[in-house]
Design a protein around this ligand. Sequence first.
Ligand code: HAM
Length: 413
Amino acid sequence: MKLNRPRGTHVLYDKDALAFEAISSTFRRVAKNFGFTPIMTPIFEFSQVFTRSLGESSDIVSKEMYTFNDRSHESLTLRPEGTAGIARAYAQDGLSQHSPFKVYYEGPMFRYERPQKGRQRQFHQLGVENIGGALVYSDLEMMDLGYHFLSEMGLMKDCEILINSIGDEDSRNTYKDKFIDYLSPYVSELSEDSQRRLKTNPLRIFDSKDAGDQKILAEAPLLKDSLNAESLRIRDQIFEGLHRLNIDFKVSDGLVRGLDYYTHIVFEFVTTKLGAQGAVLAGGRYDHLIEQMGGPQTSGVGFAAGMERLALLSELDGKLSKDIMIIPIHSDLEMEAFILSEQLRKEGFSVFTHFSGNLSKRMKKANSQSVRFTLALGPDEIKSGNYKVKDLASGEQFEVSAKDLASRLKASL
Ligand code: HAM
């Protein structure tokens, strides 16, 4: 019986894997350009790292985590996102001495969601966090970084930036009271999930996709009308900064984001090209996450982008071409071809080797592997030290001495 891969997972190979590499190298370049350094945190953490920070009533914690007990009966969870683990590391490892702690990361994340185009159970994120950076400028820099990254990927033309302020805790408490008052006549009409959230965390009702809930929410009071003076000041400075950076954005009053750790500014870079999975890159500010992890009060801001979604949107031609393939015309010359391949590799060429099949099969392989040059090696070539090389891109053939081979190839690549 054949074994299948689990639902919502995929194998990235060849073109797809190369597209990921290209996305990742653009991302790293842009992140370094903004002065960020790489960080790698564990793929699993104690479950509390996520339950405490993302919120018990969030979709992720309530229904999407891969949680299991290990052999010492510790509850562990495969990370559904990267921010909580970085905050945990910052608090636990005393990284505050490095403040502002500006890091970028990438890797697999796990959420038990209903798989569809652009939504997997194992997916990949690349992300950036700035912990301990100055308010307003670190937020602006974060959005600027996201903007530069997507622009370099050629994707900004299909994306718009949605932004909202969810204010500080005081503002949200004022809002919660108004919101609960507004909802009270509709309680029995709300979906079961939303009725539960009304008791645990009313703001999470905004995550509901239920059509009935959406109708009720359409008339709800707006969070922006409950923002206190300090929250308004921060929000307006950020809007002004974005104008100064010439970054267009749209204020989205209903944007609250599905994770509990956010405060003040939240944002999403959204495309219309991926249906319901429109959020390509998303993030915001978090003022209490480090404290929740047992560290000193330190604010942070960050974003993450889904690599699968970026790959679907990008028109990167992920084909990796190889410079040359040496094709022995008899099997007793395979060792000679193998050694010549090794010499060319030392000269810095990417050399594809394949030692089976007849001459025509090997030529076909060269074509399917996007090899640029083939060199047919026979006894005459070995004796004379003159090689016949074919350029598969132009169809041209040329002869070149062993001594000049490398420089001749370099000139044409
Ligand atoms: P998030 O909005 O949950 O935020 O995820 C960020 C991005 O990851 C989404 O916009 C989407 O592109 C991608 N994504 C999420 N779930 C899936 C999935 N099941 N399949 C494919 N792609 C997916 C966070 O994770 C926060 N940690 C972002 C952040 C960083 N906030 C502050 N710092």
